[in-house]
Design a protein around this ligand. Structure first.
Ligand SMILES: C[S@@+](CC[C@H](N)C(=O)[O-])C[C@H]1O[C@@H](n2cnc3c(N)ncnc32)[C@H](O)[C@@H]1O
Length: 253
């Protein structure tokens, strides 16, 4: 069976339910409201197919992406080449990375803060604090878990240009003390009549709000806010019945 992150096109179609231009407007609003520095260089962790790259380049930001998957990095590079932009794409681990030049804004989308344990979580924040200029923001989409880890299953179908993909996303608790769970993403792809089965399994550590605050503060970040469903008019209070795609914003002191 193929791995999902070695199949950028199928990944892109499977996760194409987002309104990317609108999300980039939210990023811009966050930058305008909370950044204490002018933003030129923007960094994405686990950039994958770099869904927000085109919109950010159109707004004159310089785009830097880091990812472990060579296929994803090549896919993003080809997208940037087609658009006629220069970008920086690095094969690096978000847990421990280094950039030659710091950035003014950093972000992680769609719960892609991939850490397996507490050491990796601490190491990530330590590396981000070195890579981000003081006054700059770190924006996280769906990376903080506002509910306790529970087994879950989600299904949807995505289509584009004659390709139909049935997606199953599931998580299973591994250890409630270590706060680990197994995330499974399974795709059944019908590509013009040819069927492919693709699977991605990752062991992940859940990140709860109070430890997110503690660890980030310890590494020189101040907490700016968190909001429900990408809506800056819906700050999270903890009493919400449904929390979907929460966003969190930190600022480097
Ligand atoms: C869910 S995809 C997100 C892609 C894209 N950012 C988006 O918004 O759709 C997660 C990406 O993170 C990458 N990834 C997983 N673990 C990583 C790590 N430790 N360091 C860097 N990238 C990693 C995967 O290769 C994959 O491309």
């Amino acid at each position: 069976m193929n791995s999902l992150y070695a199949n950028p096109l199928y990944y892109e179609i499977a996760f194409s339910y987002r309104d990317i231009p609108w999300e980039v407007k939210v990023l811009q609003q966050v930058i305008q409201t909370y950044s204490q520095i002018p933003v030129t260089r923007v960094l994405e962790f686990g950039c994958g197919n770099s869904p927000h790259m085109q919109e950010l380049l159109k707004l004159s930001y310089s785009y830097i992406g880091i990812d472990l998957s060579p296929e994803m990095l090549q896919y993003s590079q080809r997208k940037a080449d087609k658009l006629g932009y220069q970008v920086e794409l690095h094969k690096q681990n978000m847990v421990s990375f280094g950039l030659e030049q710091p950035v003014d804004f950093a972000y992680t989308m769609l719960g892609s803060l991939y850490v397996k344990n507490t050491e990796e979580l601490i190491s990530h924040f330590s590396a981000v604090s070195k890579a981000l200029n003081p006054g700059g923001l770190y924006f996280l989409d769906w990376c903080v878990d506002f509910g306790w880890i529970a087994d879950s299953d989600d299904y949807w179908t995505a289509r584009r240009n004659g390709i139909t993909i049935d997606v199953r996303h599931s998580s299973r608790l591994i250890n409630c003390i270590e706060q680990t769970f197994q995330e499974n993403i399974e795709l059944v792809v019908d590509d013009h009549g040819i069927l492919h089965r693709i699977k991605q399994t990752s062991t992940r550590r859940a990140i709860y709000p109070q430890e997110f605050l503690l660890i980030s503060q310890h590494h020189g970040f101040e907490f700016i806010g968190w909001w429900n469903d990408w809506d800056l008019n819906s700050p999270l209070t903890g009493s919400e019945e449904i929390i979907t795609r929460p966003i969190s914003v930190l600022r480097r002191k």
